[in-house]
Design a protein around this ligand. Structure first.
Ligand SMILES: Nc1nc2c(ncn2[C@@H]2O[C@H](COP(=O)(O)OP(=O)(O)O)[C@@H](O)[C@H]2O)c(=O)[nH]1
Ligand SMILES: [Mg+2]
Length: 330
């Protein structure tokens, strides 16, 4: 059997091997992925992002188990943590903590290390997610650190973006600071067992109102009570939920929010729109990579070097330098 056939037959080792090939940018990996691509487009992709230590891995762990027992769907987890190398504490810790999930063959876990190349992380993650989608996982949960353009972008381009926050990480609400609040479909204040959780919930709620212009009324449990806006059933109002992921508290509600958001996307056509956005972004990025590589191959690096020297000397603007390089090519 070929690697591809084995993956489609549910062989987890074959899948792990393909993911390694993709991470190492081996041509046979990309070839196999192209063969699998027609089978993608079925998984629901959830990006989970937030500052380090907010409890992303713990929450993802719980969500996977809950999704499994509630919907019977299979779940893949992709942990993207560019700040720590494979041997580093965070990922090693994640792996050990996640060991309790691995007895279930309906859950597949992959930790990714950062690739050095600029933008490479987002590209490689997209390829890994495609492979998991093609392999038939119903849900793909992608954990990324909510810092850095690539990481936020990965979470943002999922079908559902979950932004996680925790109290006691300074007075500022990190999601507001990082500018990812507007991308959030579901907001979670984890570590609700610690003081300051209610403040974090309120801060998120009021910035959501500011951002959307929609006034919301919350009951004293922090649950949405009323919305002062036309209830046309078309507007998604990101819920703000409290969890204690370490103890499994509040997980049902988060899973319900994920299921609700998935239905919302399906009924409003938002799913297809997000798919098109994500795929066209991927094509654009790959095209850009390839064109640059082609250009560099067909040109003596001396040309580029000379053009750069002119820019350094302020004799030509960066834009002029590019114009000249391209004109010289034709
Ligand atoms: N007090 C408390 N600690 C938690 C909770 N959830 C996770 N933690 C702890 O917070 C630390 C960071 O969790 P982790 O999931 O690795 O965070 P990540 O860096 O965002 O992935 C770990 O020591 C967890 O055990 C919670 O709900 N309450
Ligand atoms: Mg983590």
């Amino acid at each position: 059997m070929s690697l591809l056939e084995r993956i489609l037959a549910g062989d987890r080792l074959a899948l792990a091997r393909l993911l390694t090939q993709i991470e190492n940018e081996q041509p046979e990996g990309f070839e196999a992925l192209s063969g699998l691509f027609p089978r993608t487009g079925h998984a629901h992709l959830v990006g989970i992002t937030g500052a380090p230590g907010t409890g992303k891995s713990t929450l993802v762990n719980r969500l996977a188990l809950e999704l499994r027992s509630k919907t019977r769907a299979t779940v893949a987890i992709v942990a993207v943590d560019p700040s720590s190398p494979f041997t580093g504490g965070a990922i090693l810790g994640d792996r050990i903590r996640m060991r309790d999930l691995t007895g279930d063959t309906g859950i597949f876990i992959r930790s990714m290390a950062s690739r050095g190349a600029l933008g490479g992380l987002a590209r490689t993650t997209a390829a890994v997610v495609d492979a998991l989608d093609a392999a038939g996982y119903g849900w793909v949960l992608i954990e990324t650190v909510g810092a850095g353009q690539a990481e936020v972008e990965i979470a943002r381009t999922a079908h559902t973006t979950l932004v996680i926050e925790a109290p006691g990480m300074g007075d500022d609400v990190q999601a507001i600071k990082a500018g990812i609040l507007e991308a959030a479909d579901v907001l979670v204040v984890n570590k609700a067992d610690l003081p300051g959780a209610d403040n974090a919930v309120r801060a998120l709620q009021s910035s959501l109102e500011l951002a959307s212009g929609v006034r919301r009324v919350w009951d004293h449990h922090g649950r949405l009570e009323a919305v002062d806006a036309p209830d046309d059933g078309v507007t998604w109002l990101p819920p703000v939920l409290k969890t204690v992921a370490a103890l499994g508290e509040g997980i049902h509600e988060v899973v319900d929010a994920l299921l609700n958001h998935r239905s919302y996307l399906e009924t409003t056509g938002g799913r297809a729109r997000r798919d098109r956005e994500r795929l066209s972004q991927e094509v654009h990025a790959l095209l850009g990579d390839r064109l640059l590589a082609q250009f560099l191959e067909s040109h003596a690096s001396a040309d580029l070097g000379a053009a750069l020297e002119q820019v350094f000397a302020r004799q030509s603007s960066p834009r002029q330098a590019v114009e000249r390089l391209l004109a010289a090519q034709s």
